[in-house]
Design a protein around this ligand. Structure first.
Ligand code: FES
Ligand code: FES
Length: 241
């Protein structure tokens, strides 16, 4: 079994972040990732691949959708390391309509790491950490930004929106609902970034065709290859906007 899996995935080994192509681009080939059969996945762990993935997928669409209304502003003591490396003093970030004050924030901290590690908004995912996959996409003043490429200290006074601020269980954004309806995810790891880009492009001056959607979504890579369903979800929401 191990040999078979090695053989099956060997063509993906060259897909480092530096050379990965985004399959949204119309002129690029899709990754031919064969799905495992149900019996291959079920096995000794006692659960099926499908049940495992459906759980992850839903988690991606609703990523980190724990209610934020009661989230308390974060005030954490500076660590010794931060003190030694020159923390910035208090920085207040406005995220999903709520202010979070961070004490002695490391000036080198990316917005992605601050969201995930300091504020515990883990719906925003870290994929490549190099600006190449789009998994970390958030909105800053309504525009999509790769949060792994942006320093937190630069965003005091900005309106930052994460996937947790887009919709909540029972009150999904139309794009979240469309991703569920069209199965726009497989593992779900890229999904929150895909949804953040898809929501932003609703207000961007792009053309009406599927090719326009693919071009606008070209910064978001899905290694599972759920592109067809993602485009269907975006198309549906655009047609109703
Ligand atoms: S984590 Fe890949 S673009 Fe930011
Ligand atoms: S659903 Fe798995 S990477 Fe996109």
């Amino acid at each position: 079994m191990a040999d078979n899996i090695d053989t099956r995935f060997s063509h993906l080994r060259s897909h480092t972040p530096q050379n990965t192509k985004n399959n949204f681009a119309p002129d690029q080939q899709s990754v031919d990732l064969e799905p495992l059969t149900e019996s291959e996945s079920a096995g000794k762990r006692g659960f099926s691949r499908r049940s495992f993935l459906s759980g992850l997928g839903a988690a991606g669409v609703l990523a980190g959708a724990a209610p934020l209304a009661n989230a308390a502003p974060v005030l954490e003591p500076a660590s010794q390391e931060q003190a030694e490396t020159g923390g910035t003093g208090n920085v207040t970030l406005r995220i999903n309509g709520k202010d979070f004050t961070l004490r002695n924030l490391d000036p080198r901290a990316t917005l992605l790491d601050t969201l995930r590690e300091r504020i515990h908004l883990t719906g925003t995912k870290k994929g490549c950490d190099h600006g190449q996959c789009g998994a970390c996409t958030v909105h800053v003043n309504g525009r999509r930004v790769n949060s792994c490429l942006s320093f937190s200290v630069m965003h005091e006074g900005d309106e930052i929106t994460t996937i947790e601020g887009v919709g909540q269980p029972g009150n999904l954004h139309a794009m979240q609902a469309a991703f569920v309806e069209h199965d726009g995810y497989q593992c779900g790891y890229c999904t929150s970034g895909q949804i953040m880009s898809a929501v932003a492009l609703l207000k961007e001056p792009i053309g009406p065709s599927d090719e326009d959607i693919k071009h606008a979504m070209a910064g978001n890579i899905c290694r599972c290859g759920a592109y067809t369903n993602i485009v269907a979800a975006v198309r549906q929401v655009r047609s109703r906007a």
